[in-house]
Design a protein around this ligand. Sequence first.
Ligand SMILES: Nc1ncnc2c1ncn2[C@@H]1O[C@H](COP(=O)(O)OP(=O)(O)OP(=O)(O)O)[C@@H](O)[C@H]1O
Length: 251
Amino acid sequence: MENSAAHTHGKAVISIRNLCKSFGDQVVLDNFNMEIYDGENLVLMGKSGSGKSVMIKCMVGLMEPDSGEVEILGKNMLELHHQEKDELRAEIGFLFQGSALYDSMTVQENLEFPLRRHKKKFKGGNTNEMVEEALESVGLAHTKSLMPAELSGGMQRRIALARALILKPKIILYDEPTTGLDPITAKEIILLMMDIQKKYKTSSLIITHDVDCARVISNRMILLLEGTNYAQGTFQELSTSKDPKIKAFFK
Ligand SMILES: Nc1ncnc2c1ncn2[C@@H]1O[C@H](COP(=O)(O)OP(=O)(O)OP(=O)(O)O)[C@@H](O)[C@H]1O
């Protein structure tokens, strides 16, 4: 097990302790631990089927773990009532795998979606201004009235990012942010994610298989293997490890 010097980090915005989840005989999470520190980009890598989605679902309260603790922004996620969970989720922006825009809605309508869902957080702010600001942050102010199908894959990913940040979340979860994009567009998205982090001072969890993405964006990494955080450290530390199981992630 490799470890980074955790004591050098600030406070944790997300803290997951001893998370366990099985489906029948299949143990998916086996005492999984993870901290995301304020302002950091934490990359989580794990093979397909290793339990990343299960972990995220348990973390945001969409799935009940068998045991363990999840603390988000100082609140115990597993003990909150439905409405309190929802309010806490408004502090988390999601960039789903493959953008996940609503095809039948314009860009503007796609961006308004989280505003409608979390009315309480933005308390009657000016919807138009919020949409415009979010679009400007991703360099696509001119696309408001377009349909997703009229945009390239890279532009769709930017719009999805604008939708993730429109509520000015403290935390952004990126699920495979560069998958399906060509290397140049992927690089642009990574740079944009870094800009967003600076501008909005977010903490991010980035799930990715993309080693280049991890190299550029991560302050720290966790490798999920056999249901647990098999290794954690900086990209430099992990990518130079002699452990064959760790090396396999960087091939
Ligand atoms: N609701 C469920 N019921 C039964 N098994 C499930 C359920 N959800 C997930 N699993 C199983 O848990 C394991 C982990 O799945 P998960 O979707 O978390 O993997 P992943 O790491 O996100 O994979 P990928 O990178 O392909 O998205 C898989 O074997 C999956 O079949």
